[in-house]
Design a binder for this molecule. Sequence first.
Ligand code: ATP
Length: 457
Amino acid sequence: MTETSDEYKNPATMEKITSLAKRRGFVFQSSEIYGGQNGAWDYGPLGVELKNRIARVWWKEMTQLHDNIVGIDAAILMHPRTWEASGHVENFTDPLVDCKKCKARFRADQIPEENLRVKKCPECGGELTDTRKFNLMFKTHIGAIEGEANVIYLRPETAQGIYVNYKNIIQSNRMKIPFGIAQIGKAFRNEIVTKNFIFRTCEFEQMEMQFFVKPDSDVEWFNTWKERRWAYYEKLGINMDHLRWHQHGPDELAHYAKDAYDIEYLFPMGWKELEGVHNRSNYDLSRHQQYSGKDLQYIDQDDGNKKYTPFIIETSAGLTRSVLMTLCDAYDEEKVADKGNDDDWRVVMRFHPSLAPVTVAVLPLMKKDGLAELASEIRDELKEDFPTDYDQSGAIGRRYRRQDEAGTPFCVTVDYDSKEKNDLTLRFRDSMEQVRVPRAELAERIRQEIKKYRRLK
Ligand code: ATP
């Protein structure tokens, strides 16, 4: 696989991840029976669980664990003036060139400068068009009449839905600066080049938190949020050697940003942005104030009723990109026997138990002699507390492998002894260790194991 970076120690390649994702029902190509739709993907039964769990863990981390952060769920369709105020109508563009001969389309910033200078297609040598600005926003019309007056955009980021509600939230929830607003939702970008599976897509989800601060405290808060976002990945057991900071240089810095860092992850195709932590200055609220004509200044009752436009520290992570990161990070191949055949190896997805699509699978050793019925009963007991699975088909070793590949951290095996002694085998995905646990203590034991989970490798 040419895209595998040399630095990448993990055996994951994009090919392996894509094929496992399809085989096990994590992610499918959108409208596959019609040949697929570029830039769009569907999340299957395991994928939607993984995505929802990442979202839930992020939500807890960014709202529940803070006294001064609240959530919101704003509409995807917003007043078109929003996107003039935000700068997206004018600035949210990629430079685009086309080949007149082979019709290939490129982002001008992603092909060698020499090709641009001599206007030669890097693929066929044909003549390139001039570079033109291409706006990434999806534009459509609202209502029955198509015309410039009815233009509406699919939001290209969730952040603006937060800014336009900042005043509502201060008033309805009596929030005081510093405070934050968190949101998870869909965003749409007409990306010219979509590749690398779900890394860059036209429809995706973001997890954003906008933190409103006093103008002179922005640098301190920026550093605090950098630290907190780094700690979040550590807590999830992500391989920290595969994460790094990248500071935006002067030519990369967005028009609104005072300072910006990305958290990059070492994907199989190299280091790529996963999340941005940005100091957006007071740009956003100043612009919305200017375009809406509404007073968006904050009156600081704790500081002699001083009036100011708050600065914003933003943490902006891709949810769907986090799914890809989590798949890549969890993927492992391990030699488990030495018989000289394919069965010697297992593929194991080492998801943190709080992210794993299924927490516990219940497996009867045999279908007969009442073991299947007992196993179903035990599954029913566990259902209220954990996402569960049940599997009674095939040899037990094969069933463990299937669960390893789905990333299920715990398997419970019901055997003949279980009937007599009312205890079960609890098998751990990472170490493959097995312990006997009394049935009455099973749920509590699993809860404890999740709490103290540490990734082995
Ligand atoms: P890039 O440089 O990769 O195009 P960006 O700098 O424009 O991304 P932001 O606008 O900062 O990205 O968006 C915040 C986050 O949203 C990114 O870190 C990424 O995780 C996610 N994201 C952005 N664009 C896409 C996309 N097309 N597909 C999937 N996720 C995306």
